[in-house]
Design a protein around this ligand. Structure first.
Ligand SMILES: Nc1ncnc2c1ncn2[C@@H]1O[C@H](COP(=O)(O)OP(=O)(O)OP(=O)(O)O)[C@@H](O)[C@H]1O
Length: 598
C-alpha cells in the first residue's frame, strides 16, 4: 500500500464510467486512453479531486443526449433511437465521418518562414502586412509550435477583442493580464497582485510566462501597451523591456483602430496606436512585413486594395472601384453578404430577410454551460451569458429553408472554411441524410482550444447519429451540400487552461448581412458594401478586402473620402516598413510555395 503522503487521486471528468476518482494511474489510464476529449487530473487529496469534478460537472454534461435534444427542439418530434451500434457505424461511414480525417497542412511562404524562424530564435517580433497576407495562418502555426514545446501556461495566447481571441484559441489581452478595465495605477495593481493571496495564480501567470502573443494589435491602445509593459517589469523584477517576456505581435494598423476611451466626465479621449506607446521602440525592432497577398489572386485587385489601404489611389483605381456599383447575380440563388458597420443594422437586415421567407422557422437554442473563474469558483449565470454573448455563435438561431448562412468553423474535410456561405435547402435527420447520400459536416478539432490535442468530434456526432432529430442541410457556394450539426464553442480563463464558459450550437449564423467587426480576419466569396453608411476609419478597407475577387464584389457609393486611412498610420508605415510599391516585390519562390499548397 502506498504511503498516504505519496498517494494520488486521479479524477476523471470525461472518460469511460466518468465522473469517477481512482487511486492508481493504471486504473485512470484505462478509463481515458483513446477516449475522445478525455479530461482528467491528479490531486494530492480526495477532497481536491472531488472539488475539481464538481467544478467540471456542468461542462462535462455538455454532450448529453438531453442537451443535443434541447438544441434541436425547435419544431421537432421526439427522438427515435436507431437500433444498434452496427447501424451507428454504418451510418457514420455513410455520412462521411472518418475517425480522424486528415487536417490540412500549411506550407509557409518564404517570408512567413522568415518570421517563424525569428520567433523560434526567441526574438521579439511584430509582423504586419495588408489584409490577406496570411498573418492569421502564420500566427496559428506559431501557436502550434510554441504550445507544442512549452507547457501552455507559459505561452499567453491573446488578442485585442473576444472574437479575435476565440479565432486563435486564446483569451483577450485584458483577461490574460487580469487588469479588469486597466484603470488602476500600476503601483497599486502591482502591490495587489504581489501580496493578495487570492491573486496568487495571476502573480504566477505574470512571473512564469515566457511568450506573449497578441493578435489584431491594431486595436490595442498605446497607453495599454505601456501600462502592461511597466507591470511586466515590476511583477517579474526584470528591468528588460516587458520584463523579458518574448513578444509575438501581429496585426495591420490600416484595419480597425483602438476604441477611443472616455475620461471621468464621459468625454471621448482619442486612442493611441500601439506604435505610439512610449515603450514600443525598446520592445520591438524593425517590423516584419508580409507582402504576398494570398486572399486576392488577381494582382490588379490586390494592388487596388493596397492603394486604398495607403490612401493613395490613382484615378484609374477610383474609376474601377466606381464601376463595381453594378448588380452581380448568381445562378445558385446565394446572394452576396452585405457588410454593415454596426451589429444593430446587421440584426435588422437579417431578421427582415428571414421574415420574408415562407414557411415556419426552426429554432436552434444553444446549450450554455458555466465553467469556473480564475480562482476555480463557478461563474454566475449572468457572467456566463455576458461572456458567451461575445461569441459569434448565437444563443438562438432561427432558420428556414432558403435562409442564407455562414459557416463559423473550419471543416476538417478542408473543403469549406470559417466564412463559407451557403443556403439552407432542407432539414434532415441523420437517417434521411444517409438515404439521400448527404454527408455530415465535421469541424476542425478544437486543438487550439483544448490544448491537449484531443478531438471533440466523435462524442457529438455519435450522439447525433443515435437520434432522429432534424438538422439543417446546407448547400454551399462551392456546390457541396452537407448536414450541419452542433459543435462546442469554448471560452477559456486568462490562464488559458480552465474553461470559463462554453456553448453548444450549430456553427452557423445568418449571412445576408454581416458586421465589419465580425468579418475581420475572414475571407468572403461574395461581398456587397454600401459606403453611404457610416464607416469609421479602417472599416471600409476591412470590408472591401474580405472579397477574393472583383467579379464577386459590389461596391455602392464609392468615394475617395470614404476610404481614407489614418494619417498617423500612413506616416508610421512610411517610416518603418516600406512603400506600397515595394510591397508587390514578391518573388517566384513565394508563388511556387503557394501553388504547392493549392
Ligand atoms: N502559406 C499560405 N499558403 C496558401 N494560402 C495561404 C497561406 N497563408 C495564408 N493563406 C490563405 O490566404 C487567405 C488569407 O489568410 P489570412 O486570413 O491568414 O490573412 P490575414 O493576413 O490574417 O488577413 P486579415 O488581415 O484580413 O485578417 C486565407 O484563405 C488563407 O488560407
Amino acid at each position: 500500500m502506498p504511503k498516504a503522503s505519496k498517494m494520488k487521486f486521479y479524477a476523471v471528468a470525461v472518460g469511460r464510467d466518468a465522473p469517477n476518482i481512482y487511486t492508481t494511474w493504471d486504473e485512470c489510464s484505462a478509463k481515458v486512453s483513446r477516449y475522445p476529449k478525455a479530461m482528467h487530473q491528479s490531486f494530492k487529496t480526495r477532497e481536491e479531486a472531488e472539488r475539481w469534478l464538481e467544478s467540471k460537472a456542468d461542462v462535462t454534461a455538455l454532450y448529453s443526449p438531453e442537451n443535443l435534444r434541447t438544441i434541436a427542439r425547435g419544431t421537432q418530434s421526439s427522438p427515435i433511437p436507431v437500433d444498434s451500434d452496427d447501424g451507428l457505424q454504418r451510418d457514420a461511414r455513410a455520412l462521411g465521418i472518418e475517425p480522424s480525417p486528415p487536417e490540412q497542412k500549411v506550407v509557409l511562404s518564404p517570408e512567413q518562414s522568415r518570421v517563424f524562424a525569428e520567433v523560434k530564435e526567441g526574438g521579439n517580433v511584430f509582423f504586419t502586412g495588408s489584409a490577406g497576407t496570411g498573418k492569421s495562418v502564420l500566427l496559428r502555426e506559431i501557436i502550434k509550435f510554441k504550445t507544442g514545446r512549452h507547457s501552455p501556461n507559459v505561452i499567453a495566447i491573446t488578442a485585442s477583442t473576444g472574437i479575435a481571441a476565440i479565432n486563435i484559441g486564446g483569451v483577450t489581452l485584458h483577461s490574460w493580464a487580469g487588469i479588469k478595465l486597466g484603470e488602476e495605477p500600476v503601483d497599486r495593481f502591482v502591490k495587489k497582485v504581489r501580496y493578495q493571496k487570492s491573486l496568487e495564480s495571476l502573480r504566477k501567470r505574470w512571473q512564469q510566462v515566457k511568450a506573449l502573443i497578441i493578435d489584431e494589435l491594431s486595436m490595442i491602445d498605446g497607453s495599454l501597451f505601456d501600462y502592461l509593459e511597466e507591470i511586466a517589469r515590476e511583477l517579474r523584477g526584470d528591468s528588460r523591456p516587458f520584463g523579458g517576456i518574448q513578444l509575438v505581435l501581429c496585426g495591420d494598423f490600416c484595419q480597425l483602430p483602438p476604441v477611443p476611451g472616455r475620461d471621468k466626465k464621459g468625454r471621448e479621449v482619442p486612442a493611441k496606436f500601439a506604435f505610439e506607446a512610449r515603450s514600443w521602440d525598446s520592445c520591438i525592432g524593425t517590423p516584419m512585413m508580409l507582402k504576398k497577398v494570398f486572399r486576392q489572386r488577381d494582382q490588379t485587385f490586390a494592388n487596388m486594395l493596397n492603394e486604398m489601404r495607403y490612401g493613395k489611389m490613382q484615378e484609374s483605381t477610383i474609376r474601377i472601384f466606381k464601376s463595381l456599383e453594378r448588380n452581380v447575380t448568381y445562378s445558385d440563388g446565394i446572394e452576396p453578404t452585405e457588410m454593415y458597420p454596426t451589429r444593430r443594422e446587421v440584426a435588422n437586415a437579417n431578421t427582415w430577410r428571414l421574415g420574408r421567407l415562407p414557411g415556419e422557422p426552426r429554432i436552434y437554442e444553444a446549450q450554455d454551460h458555466k465553467g469556473v473563474d480564475h480562482k476555480g469558483e463557478q461563474i454566475s449565470h449572468e457572467r456566463m451569458l455576458d461572456i458567451l454573448d461575445k461569441l459569434v455563435a448565437p444563443k438562438t438561431l432561427e432558420l428556414k429553408v432558403g435562409a442564407q448562412v455562414m459557416l463559423i468553423k473550419n471543416l476538417r474535410q478542408g473543403i469549406l472554411v470559417n466564412g463559407s456561405i451557403g443556403q439552407v435547402v432542407d432539414f434532415a435527420t441523420p437517417k434521411e441524410a444517409v438515404e439521400s447520400g448527404t454527408k455530415i459536416a465535421q469541424v476542425e478539432s478544437d486543438k487550439l482550444h483544448s490544448r491537449n490535442g484531443t478531438s471533440n468530434i466523435n462524442l457529438v456526432t455519435q450522439e447525433i447519429l443515435k437520434y432522429d432529430w432534424k438538422w439543417p442541410v446546407i448547400k454551399f457556394t462551392n456546390g457541396e451540400t452537407l448536414v450541419v450539426t452542433p459543435v462546442d464553442f469554448t471560452v477559456n480563463n486568462g490562464d488559458g487552461e480552465t474553461l470559463m464558459a462554453r456553448r453548444l450550437q450549430l456553427p452557423l449564423i445568418l449571412a445576408w448581412a454581416l458586421s465589419v467587426h465580425k468579418s475581420q480576419g475572414q475571407t468572403l466569396e461574395r461581398v456587397r458594401v454600401d459606403l453611404r453608411r457610416t464607416f469609421e476609419m479602417g472599416q471600409a478597407y476591412v470590408a472591401l478586402s474580405r472579397a477574393t475577387n472583383m467579379e464577386h464584389l459590389q461596391v455602392l457609393n464609392f468615394s475617395k473620402e470614404k476610404v481614407m486611412a489614418d494619417p498617423k498610420v500612413l506616416a508610421w508605415y512610411g517610416e518603418n516598413v516600406s512603400t506600397p510599391e515595394q510591397e508587390f516585390d514578391t518573388d517566384d519562390d513565394e508563388l511556387s510555395a503557394f501553388d504547392e499548397y493549392r
